[in-house]
Design a protein around this ligand. Structure first.
Ligand SMILES: Nc1nc2c(c(=O)[nH]1)N[C@@H](CN(C=O)c1ccc(C(=O)N[C@@H](CCC(=O)O)C(=O)O)cc1)CN2
Length: 297
């Protein structure tokens, strides 16, 4: 068996073209969506992700607001930047690029974001709505990567009803929230969350129908560890040196050979990453649509 491809690039492109029409309609109504990004420090990967977000905005007609801040910014000064974006009417939604430097209290920053402008769906109010299952239909944003994974599966007609999903990694952007989405009645999967303290990972992998690997450990999952016909979503991204070229290259958590035994597999790059970017745009557009519907603009 060779896995069919869960093509994140093509799916994200389709979502972006659907969004162009919604952005045009909002613009006609006088509500031009504007995405703000807050980037602290000079991590090249974070710079590249933020650059990609603004490129996407330009493609669909969303305005861009960019705050690039020094790595030694104080908690107080960063909070002042958050307050300014909360108050800026041109910014209809924004994100704080993670991770933040160690001296910054990330949770305090996330809590300070106006929940109505929380384009990442990571404010406690919005995560709380996800727990309470009150954001159906979309009256609050969902975290981008979990939402992107669900959308990628839906648009490839991969049904998770009754399937056993093994999520590896307990981070706030992927591992923790995705179980809440996958266990909703509309999807009805059974989810196990594994992490660095999990003792029987090989046994769990051997029986999992679906694996969401978000550990950031290059090729930690090999072909011989998965179940035949599994669905594999490779979220983790590491930059490792290519022995042939000596250059750094992107490497996922799942060995590419696993495609020989899987039914479906998301490439990395080209799978979950582009979906994360697309779902951020969805959150920005939906926030602007909610503002119009509530007469706030
Ligand atoms: N505030 C947030 N911070 C971070 C998030 C997030 O959702 N919100 N997720 C990740 C980084 N991230 C978005 O911010 C992200 C990562 C990867 C990609 C992506 O498209 N990757 C490409 C390859 C990119 C490359 O060539 O370097 C792919 O998979 O094809 C998009 C967004 C952590 N921080």
């Amino acid at each position: 068996m060779t896995a069919a491809v869960l093509d994140g690039r093509a799916t994200a492109a389709a979502i972006k073209s659907e969004l162009q029409e919604r952005v045009a309609a909002l613009t006609t109504q006088g509500q031009v969506p504007g995405l703000g990004t807050v980037l602290v420090g000079d991590d090249p990967a974070s710079h590249s992700y933020v650059g990609g977000k603004h490129k996407d905005c330009a493609e669909v007609g969303i305005n861009s607001i960019r705050r690039d801040l020094p790595g030694d910014i104080s908690q107080e000064d960063l909070e002042a930047e958050i307050d300014a974006l909360n108050a800026d009417p041109a910014c209809t939604g924004y994100i704080v690029q993670l991770p933040l430097p160690d001296h910054i209290d990330t949770n305090r920053i996330l809590e300070r974001i106006d929940p109505d402008k929380d384009a990442d769906g990571l404010h406690p109010t919005n995560l709380g709505k996800l727990v309470l299952n009150v954001n159906e239909p979309m009256d609050s944003p969902l975290p981008c990567t979990p939402h992107g994974i669900v959308e990628l599966l839906l648009r490839h007609d991969v049904d998770l009803k009754g399937k056993h999903v093994l999520v590896i990694g307990r981070g706030v952007t992927v591992g923790r929230p995705i179980g809440l989405l996958l266990t909703r009645k509309a999807i009805n999967a059974t989810v196990t969350l594994a992490h660095t303290g999990t003792r029987n990972l090989p046994e769990l992998l051997a029986v999992a129908d679906v694996v969401v690997a978000a550990a950031g450990q290059p090729h930690m999952i090999s072909a011989d560890q998965i179940k035949d016909g599994a669905v594999l979503l490779d979220v983790g991204v590491s930059r490792v040196e290519d022995p042939e070229t000596g250059k750094k290259k992107l490497t996922g958590d799942i060995s590419p050979e696993a495609a020989e035994r899987a039914a479906w597999m998301s490439p990395n790059p080209g799978g979950v990453g582009p979906m994360t970017r697309a779902m951020l745009l969805v959150n920005v557009v939906e926030a602007a649509e909610r503002a119009v519907a509530s007469g706030q603009h």
